[in-house]
Design a protein around this ligand. Structure first.
Ligand code: F0G
Length: 483
């Protein structure tokens, strides 16, 4: 992997290996307006209107900038219900990357999870994973299954220097399989780029070991590859064994080792849609039944042809290190600038985005006042920056209605690939730093509308007390008439 050195070290910044040729105008509302908009959104950043957002760091899902080749490919799509050429091109591209035999389409990642859960989770069964993802867990529990998380204890520490915090505790995995017995286990899910612990990678050796343990025990191993692209970057840069191994070899080795691989093409592939692949004819047939039922015919599965075309090109581009690099190096820059400013942030930097550690930023707020959600509302007020709560608010209540407190209270600032410039990233650092210096002003939140399932998507909360008015006043005192 080549790097660009700077003549003067002081000038060293992440260097984009692309240029921008289409732009979208942004609006930054005055702080008083921002406070009104977040109130109208029930203090839930999912309910903000994008026109009211300056820096949309909610997610990198479906909002990464496409390449010129991806956009061009959309113009030659083959619109047909069955046997579309767009699907054939997609299948070919996925085969090129992963080298697998069978492919099933889905309209996005969670749709693939629904199919997996329908096919392999029976009531009372557990699924074992390094860490849950919200939608994965919701599908599994909806069908009467449950989730057991086996990430190593180090993975849950907000700051350390462990390069692969997403690793499974392999001894616990062996124990769980031995004590529960294979018939009580739906499947074992390996999540690359472990999302909810801060986009933290899992090592190649650990993934291969999990797959091997599953194979020996006769348990299905499933790789969630949604965040695999960043994970491949970390395998190549943090594990000397893989430094010179081509990305394609890494993708293929994983697909060979795991029974099933699935992903969201809103992430891997920089497009829209989802995919499930396998080399196992029996597993393929068991999953296939559900595709026409929930998604659509086998040659589109809920995706529209233009998305399949950009997905195909995006998959091939995900073999290119200059394409893979951009997210992780921008995130690394954001994390290190926040760290230098003294802001508690998850370290080491992972993929996906920077993760602010709300437990340390607002330690005066207990879990049931949703510290990460409150920090998210405050950051929108401070800078028109939209992050995503990844803490207790994103958890499901226990079946008896009690709160399940999150292991980590994080505010995620996703860095969609090739979307923001470095000056915008610096603006984020500046506003987060201001907010951190005024952190004692941030108060808690309380639900006034709380849906039973995936409450973080449409739940509404109110601030406890008048802290938001006081935050706006402090902003005016410090920034004068600035936006
Ligand atoms: N698996 C992982 C690891 C994910 O991060 C996501 C989505 C999914 C599955 C589901 O895919 O959105 O296409 O249905 N993550 C998005 C995010 C929502 O913002 O992190 P999907």
């Amino acid at each position: 992997m080549s790097t660009v050195k700077f003549y003067d070290e002081a000038n060293k910044v992440p260097l984009e290996m692309h240029k921008v040729r289409v732009v979208q105008k942004l609006t930054l509302l005055p702080v008083e307006e921002r406070q009104k908009r977040i109130e109208a959104a029930g203090n839930n950043t999912f309910l903000l209107q994008n026109k009211d957002v300056f820096m949309d760091m909610l997610t990198d899902s479906g909002v990464n900038a496409m390449s010129d080749r991806q956009v061009a490919a959309q113009f030659v799509a083959d619109d047909s219900y069955a046997g579309s050429e767009s699907c054939n091109r997609l299948v070919k591209a996925i085969e090129e990357v992963f080298g697998t035999k069978y492919f099933l389409p889905a309209h996005q990642g969670r749709a693939a999870e629904n199919i997996l859960a329908e096919a392999f989770v029976k009531p009372g069964q557990v699924t074992l994973m390094n860490f849950h993802f919200t939608t994965t867990k919701a599908h599994i529990t909806r069908l009467g299954g449950s989730v057991v998380e086996l990430v190593t204890a180090k993975g849950l520490e907000p700051q350390n220097d462990v390069p692969f915090k997403g690793d499974f505790d392999l001894n616990r995995l062996r124990e769980e399989i031995a004590t529960r017995g294979k018939d009580n286990i739906g499947f074992v899910r390996i999540e690359a780029g472990t999302n909810l612990i801060g986009g933290q990678p899992i090592s190649m050796d650990n993934m291969l070991a999990v797959a091997e343990i599953c194979r020996e025990a006769g348990v299905i191993s499933v790789l969630d590859a949604s965040l695999l692209q960043d994970n491949v970057y970390f395998i190549k840069t943090r594990d000397p064994k893989y430094r010179d191994v081509p990305a394609q070899e890494i993708y293929r080795k994983l697909a060979d080792a795991c029974d099933i691989v699935y992903w969201s093409a809103r992430k891997l592939g920089f497009s829209r849609g989802g995919a499930i692949i396998t080399n196992n004819a029996d597993l393929y047939t068991r999953m296939r039944t559900f595709v026409p039922l929930y998604e659509g015919f086998l040659t589109y599965g809920g995706m529209e042809v233009r998305s399949m075309e950009s997905f195909a090109v995006g998959m091939l581009e995900s073999l290119d290190m200059e394409y893979i690099n951009q997210g992780p190096i921008f995130i690394e820059y954001l994390v290190s600038e926040l760290d230098k400013a003294g802001v508690p942030v998850v370290k080491p930097a992972g993929g996906l985005g920077a993760h602010l550690n709300a437990s340390e930023i607002v330690p005066h707020l207990p879990h049931n006042q949703y510290p990460a959600g409150a920090l998210g509302a405050a950051l929108y007020i401070a800078g028109g920056i939209r992050g995503m709560e990844r803490g207790t608010l994103s958890e499901q209540r226990e079946p008896d209605g009690t709160e399940r407190y999150a292991e980590l209270e994080l505010l995620r600032l996703a860095v969609p690939r090739r979307v923001f410039t470095l000056s915008q990233i610096k603006y984020v650092v500046d506003r987060v730093k201001w907010l951190y210096d005024n952190r004692e002003l941030i108060g808690g939140l309380d639900f006034y509308e709380e849906p039973a399932v995936l409450r973080f998507f449409f739940g509404r909360l109110r601030p406890i007390g008048d802290w938001q008015q006081r935050l706006v006043k402090k902003f005016r005192d410090d920034f004068g008439d600035s936006l």
